[in-house]
Design a protein around this ligand. Structure first.
Ligand code: HEM
Length: 209
């Protein structure tokens, strides 16, 4: 759990924050939602996350554009011949990998696939509420089936809460001396090749907790 649960959660938070710095309109909308639901007199709690659809959409969109586990697990061995819908056959005893990154960036599956657009997941903004927990294979960043990530709910709520707190308390701006570069590098998980550097300006909320 430590091996699989720590870097994924930290890296996804970093990817979300990088996209929020690059997309100030998204950051503003998120702050507006936080103001409406949480207000400015207290800090965000994990019980708030379920009432923040735009926040959830921002995290989903980061999972789509930068899935921390782009190949899901490293490899699987097929136990029998499997015929795919396109007629291709994966013979028994083949080592196979699922390229989730390719699916989440496929323009046949996603409109404006390269654009960071959380609205695509918010029904009230014309989007679709896609489930990312393994029930919709267009976006299954935690895998699916028997070996699906057992920490998916913890991972989602942790990243959502951290991002909400960071954005609730601070405005995040680009660091001109160290501009954001979204190049990915695959280590244990998919990381930012050049770690995020940004400027945080306190928002002067009257927070009591
Ligand atoms: C945003 C955060 C996370 C992402 C994106 C993520 C993603 C994944 C992926 C893609 C897999 C492989 C699924 C497969 O084999 O098909 C996996 C497996 C696993 N994850 Fe996560 N994970 C996250 C957070 C966590 C957390 C918080 C924990 C534990 C506290 C955790 C524990 C595990 C474990 C133990 C496995 C191996 C399961 C097995 O092989 O049966 N993960 N995760």
């Amino acid at each position: 759990m430590i091996f699989r649960g720590t870097d994924t959660t930290a890296l996804l938070t970093e990817w979300v924050m990088a996209e929020l710095v690059l997309n100030p309109d998204v950051q503003n909308k998120l702050q507006e939602e936080l103001e409406l639901v949480v207000g400015s007199k207290r800090s965000v709690r994990d019980s708030d996350v379920g009432n923040l659809p735009y926040l959830q959409a921002v995290v989903k969109e980061a999972l789509r554009v930068h899935p921390p586990g782009p190949l899901l697990s490293w490899a699987r061995l097929s136990t029998s011949d499997v015929e795919l819908s396109n007629g291709m056959v994966v013979p028994a005893n083949t080592t196979a990998m699922v390229n989730m990154w390719a699916i989440t960036h496929d323009s046949k599956v996603w409109e404006e696939a390269s654009k960071f657009k959380p609205e695509r997941f918010v029904e009230s903004m014309g989007g679709t509420n896609v489930d990312v927990r393994g029930n919709d294979l267009r976006l299954a960043p935690f895998g699916a089936g028997r070996r699906v990530c057992p920490g998916k709910n913890l991972g989602l709520v942790t990243v959502s809460l951290w991002v909400a707190k960071l954005v609730h308390h601070f405005n995040w701006l680009p660091n001109k001396e160290n501009p954001i570069d979204l190049t990915e590098v695959l280590k244990l998980s998919s990381e930012m090749k050049y770690p995020l550097s940004a400027v945080a300006l306190p928002r002067n909320l009257l927070l009591s907790s």
